[in-house]
Ligand binder design. Sequence first.
Ligand code: CA
Length: 643
Amino acid sequence: MGIAFLLFVLCAQALADDWPLHGRTWSEQRFSPLTQINHKNVSTLGLAWLFDMNTVRGLEATPIVRNGVLFTTGTWSVVYALDAKTGKLLWKHDPEVPRSWSRKGCCDVVNRGVAVWRERVFLGTFDGRLIALDAQTGKLLWEVNTIDRTKPASITGAPRVVNGKVIIGNGGAEFGVRGYVSAYDALSGEPVWRIYTVPGSPDGPHEQPELEMAAKTWSKTGEWLDTGGGGTVWDSMAFDPELNLLYIGTGNGAPHARHRRSPGGGDNLFLSSILALDADSGQMKWHYQTTPGDSWDYTATQHMILADLAIDGKERKALLQAPKNGFFYVLDRTDGELLSAEKYVTVNWASHIENGRPVETGQGDYSREDKLVYPSELGGHNWHPMSFNPDTGLVYIPAQEKGWVHSPDNFYLFDYNVPHIEQLRRNQPAVEEGGYLIAWDPVRQKSVWQVKNATFINGGTLTTAGRLVFQGTEDGYFNAYDALTGARLLHLYAGTVIMAPPVSYAIDGEQYIAVMAGFGGATLFMLDDAAAAMKYKNSGRLLVFKLDGTNVPLPPVITASPSSPAPIMQKQGDERIHQGEKLYVRFCGSCHGMFGSKSILPGLAGMRPEIKGTSKNAIRGIFRDGNGKVRFSVSFIFNHLRD
Ligand code: CA
């Protein structure tokens, strides 16, 4: 055996042992080639070590593991470097995100992780900064602002480093921003390129040539002129080094309702789209819009997977996505050609995809009356990453079945708040609502097996060459399934809601599975009755498992269940109450929980009696004088009320 071959074997093993990139490889398959933990022995899996994050909000990060060090993030964009074998903290970096910034995010102060490249750690902070840290010490190397700080923008996604450039987007389309993605030089932090996903105005001038074409798909009037249109790039990316194409997913429109955003219609390019960009220049090579003229928060920011598949006897370089709109897409990633698209959950807004476009049924048109639409705004699949196992050829999707009532004024309604829900359900599909783990065959476009979870929103998935699929759940379990059959092989109680995707790595010949545990995110406001956070304190923890490990110590039991009283449905039709609800959702809900929902957030139902007694002066005091936690501008709120 030559030395070169020996080095090759050693390097290949080191790569197999690590989890060096967000999706382990550029293809984002979230597949680990490690086999020590497998379908025959996974039932003996137990805790190797845990790290207490000392947090009570959502944890969504994918840890990066390289050369024995595990890098992860917690709430408020704090970065941790740990010894991946022992859990010993090596360093911690707190970017000191202003706590008032939480009002600028729709979906909790979460972070999905870092990128590591050439002894540098890259992080997007909740308040829109991109920072580089020394991987050895956590010391700040450089920091740049990536957003207009007067706008409600935030970063929760993980950056990627491609060809020496750090790629980052941001969120904010729920409250109104214009979407873009940027590249910065990884060594210096200097900006390299920025690509906008929607036009800045109907008539230009346009920053990129394709925006001229996109502008023709937007109306000349409408709320998009004030909101920026949306289409933010807040999570999903993948990279094909051979094609030198960077794939990004874009989000929903601002506001969601197209009849308000762009009256008269139009596809509103490039909302809810998959864009292929030249990784060096950012130049757009192709686009595919999954939901033309999106009106339902059907983002295409869901996890994308690159895989080479034999379709109709031909090897295709495919890109796979299960966006919120309920269809599973297989595209040719060289040119964006649609190869196939089928429903992976119940869908009633469109009947099927024809000539690359969804055929709308009319059930999604809520411009004149309330409509029950499947899937809900939470999507058939949300940000929780899916995974692809090249051995089984299956994609493991954390999915959910649910409908949602949309109203003409674009105001969110939870179905338990809709008095005429039974009437709206008439003639609509009978759906067994809930969370599902679906093993999907992307070639035949059908489910091979599926498991119904006990709770609605569950964790991202990991699949391994040990013929396994791992997933955490909202009711506090860490599960493993036979990747071929769906038989449950592990049902380990952690006592903490798990939303994040697990990763796997090996050190000194021992394989580990690691996952962040902590409830929060977009569903922070709607805790399931069976959620672990109803019973135990929502203690944020990094859990790391190995064969023959120990039981997971449970967090402290909570004495009072996190709940708020049911909404009082009095004075139906009173416009002031309706406007009050809107104000609450817009300005209070992201810190105090949505009305009528169960939440781990401090609800206003428990506020001091002298304030709760609707004393106008006390309420004014909170807003004007800042004797509550944050200072609000009364004039800002009431200006908004006049809209
Ligand atoms: Ca959204």
